[in-house]
Write a protein that binds this ligand. Structure first.
Ligand code: IPM
Ligand code: MG
Length: 346
């Protein structure tokens, strides 16, 4: 029997509602597939409540302790009662940077039965490989003369050959295992320093994957293609900020942010990877039991896959697809959706 140590961090808002459903489906999928594994979970609180009470977000000690876990199952980050950036930088970004989550993996698939806002969506099934530890997210920069009419601010985009290469190589590997098409997105026409480092990196790795067809798109143009011809994409690779924007659009064209799962992957296997819905804490609907837990449940499938529990991942995926195919318009509570998906597990 293999025991997997899972750190559970529901976070804020609907994170606390969807995470139990994700775990419920995951545990049940382990049972029904007869998998010889057990989950040993430990809860970590990283939330607005804790920050108000103690001033802490996620401590350095906790970050160190998390290294002993096999994976982290995360809910959502952010709360309107806390100044913008405090929880984001102190929790989710601290985890991504501290645990070297070089790849932020975000699949986008339009499942049968799910409505897309596009009139003719076609058969959408692609994977965004977003860089996770660099770009404009590193906090490099500062302000001068703050609060005066002459104030200035910089937010420097950091791009290392090392970080870009690990993301790009991972994307090539995924493309090689899928439909062998890789689109890399940037703004090489404007961001010439970072953009050309990305271009040189892609061009230097491409010969290792001769079967993979590589295309470059300016990220603004990609916004058009993603709406006009999303079925053309297979794997997309891009930097941290572009990836953030692209994956919200990708989520909405495939039926909504309530279904979009993600993995923050430590590619080298030196620290646990983290799995979370792409959506945020949704304070407007939090506490009402109406959040869709599907993104969390699918994040559980990504986590199972990452832990080598392929049959468990497939079972969750199939159960979700069965539920999506027969979803009507009748509203269901968060736990009703979880229960419905559990009942589909075979
Ligand atoms: C996401 C979110 C985060 C990001 C926030 C909460 C820091 O938008 O996971 O897409 O910008 O990466
Ligand atoms: Mg985002």
């Amino acid at each position: 029997m293999t025991t997997f140590k899972i750190a559970v961090m529901p976070g804020d808002g609907i994170g606390t509602e969807v995470v139990p459903e994700g775990l419920k489906v995951l545990s049940r999928a382990i049972e029904v597939t007869g998998t010889d594994a057990t989950l040993q979970t430990e809860q970590f609180e990283a939330s607005a409540r804790r920050w108000h009470e103690t001033g802490e977000t996620l401590t350095d000690d906790e970050l160190e302790r998390l290294r002993d876990f096999d994976a982290i199952f995360f809910g959502a980050c952010g709360d309107p009662s806390v100044p913008s950036g405090v929880l984001e930088r102190g929790i989710i970004l601290k985890l991504r940077f501290g645990l070297e989550h070089g790849v932020n993996l975000r699949p986008s698939k339009l499942y049968p039965g799910v409505a897309s806002p596009l009139a003719n969506p076609g058969d959408i099934d692609f994977l965004v490989v977003r860089e996770g530890t660099e770009g404009s997210y590193t906090g490099q920069g500062g302000t001068l003369r703050e609060g005066t009419p002459q104030e200035m601010a910089t937010e420097v985009s950091v791009n290392t050959r090392y970080g870009v290469e690990r993301t790009v190589r991972y994307a090539f590997e995924r493309a090689q295992a899928r439909d062998k098409k890789l689109a890399y997105l940037h703004k090489t026409n404007v961001m010439v320093h970072a953009g050309h480092l990305w271009r040189r990196t892609v061009e230097s790795i491409a010969p290792e994957f001769p079967d993979v067809e590589v295309t470059y798109q300016h990220t603004d143009a990609a916004m058009i293609y993603m709406v006009a011809k999303p079925e053309d994409y297979d794997v997309i690779v891009t930097d941290n900020l572009f990836g953030d924007l692209v994956t919200d659009l990708a989520a909405v064209v495939t039926g909504g942010i309530g279904l979009a799962a993600s993995g923050n992957i430590n590619v080298e296997g030196t620290a646990p990877s983290l799995f979370e819905p792409i959506h945020g804490s949704a304070p407007d609907i939090a506490g009402q039991g109406k959040a869709d837990p599907t993104a969390s449940i699918l994040s559980g499938a990504l986590m199972a896959e990452h832990l080598g529990l392929t049959r468990v991942a497939q079972a969750i995926q199939a159960a979700v697809e069965a539920d999506l195919a027969s979803r009507g318009d009748a509203p269901r509570t968060t736990s009703e959706v979880g229960d419905a998906i559990v009942s589909r597990l075979a």
